[in-house]
Design a binder for this molecule. Structure first.
Ligand SMILES: Nc1ncnc2c1ncn2[C@@H]1O[C@H](COP(=O)(O)OP(=O)(O)OP(=O)(O)O)[C@@H](O)[C@H]1O
Ligand SMILES: O=C(O)C1=C[C@@H](O)[C@@H](O)[C@H](O)C1
Length: 267
């Protein structure tokens, strides 16, 4: 039995204020379920949480990028969907999956808030604006049209958690709340810009990638999740310029935004 879940990009990181927004990208993680004892980390923890002892998954990603593209949420979603499908549950409630995802992510130490925003985007597609504390989708809408996302994995930058300047948390949370309000109003690029303002100091994120992307014509750029991956939202005619600007900094790839839910979810 196999199932897929979308990878994603950050619009508003929830770690400071518990309010987040994310968008699905057209790349996925596929989980293949098989019988057998295993120690496969996060996917195994997910299966155990729903009574799937004695099962394991082999997970493969369509994107060679990790660290900010919601891999942990997607691998748990795909594992749960595969197992539930095997058990005959073809349209599980997103809320159920997101609850398990949040519990497992926190227990495994790969998530701070439970990352319900990431998990919903990975299941539902589109842009989701989420209250991560209540694990509720406050708004979901189509991603911006004619916009691509350029991703950068900068050489020499590691995941930026825990924050290097924890004393800036309050300030980060205030700006992130404003970013979240922008996302709620459908102003995705403004939300991404404010997300960068909120987190760059708190996480000591190198400034160069965002500066170069904006100079090359990106609509908005920020850190995706807790990094190290950076994202730039770009209209088609500026993609090559942003890719060229980023190439010297590390590994670069271009992805599309995804508006469709993963297969078989009815809401
Ligand atoms: N394909 C996979 N198979 C098994 N486990 C995975 C896979 N992808 C991610 N994980 C698990 O998720 C953890 C975090 O993944 P990663 O470092 O890619 O962060 P991320 O989820 O992309 O980050 P963010 O939450 O900031 O978007 C990994 O340490 C691993 O435990
Ligand atoms: O660990 C977490 O709770 C999170 C991590 C990042 O992916 C964020 O983008 C997300 O909003 C929350």
């Amino acid at each position: 039995m196999r199932a897929r879940a979308w990878l994603g990009a950050t619009i508003v990181n929830a770690v400071a204020s518990w309010k987040g927004a994310a968008v699905a990208i057209s790349e996925h993680i596929e989980a293949r379920l098989y019988k057998g004892s295993c120690d496969c980390g996060l996917p195994c923890m997910a299966l155990r949480a729903v009574g799937g002892d004695g099962f394991c998954v082999e997970a493969s990603a369509s994107l060679g990028f990790r660290g900010g593209v919601k891999s942990s949420s997607a691998v748990v979603n795909a594992s749960l969907l595969a197992f539930l499908r095997y058990r005959g549950v073809h349209d599980p409630s997103p809320r159920f999956i997101v609850d398990v995802n949040a519990r497992v992510g926190i227990e495994a130490g790969v998530s701070v808030t439970g990352a319900a925003d990431d998990a919903y985007a990975s299941l539902l597609g589109g842009v989701v604006v989420v209250d991560n504390r209540r694990r509720v989708v406050v708004k979901r809408y189509e991603p911006p049209r004619d916009t691509l996302v350029v991703l950068l994995k900068p050489r020499g930058v590691n995941r930026l958690w825990p924050p290097c300047r924890p004393e800036l948390r309050g300030q980060a949370a205030r700006v992130a709340e404003r970013a979240w309000e922008e996302a709620l109003e459908g102003r995705v690029f403004e939300a991404v810009r404010l997300n960068w303002e909120a987190y760059r100091g708190y996480l000591c994120a190198p400034l160069e990638p965002v500066r170069l992307a904006l100079e090359a014509g990106a609509l908005a750029a920020s850190l995706s999740g807790l990094g190290p991956v950076y994202e730039a939202f770009v209209e088609e005619d500026a993609v090559e310029r942003v890719v060229a600007a980023w190439r010297a900094l590390g590994e670069v790839t271009v992805v599309r935004l995804e508006s469709r839910p993963v297969c078989c979810l009815t809401g």
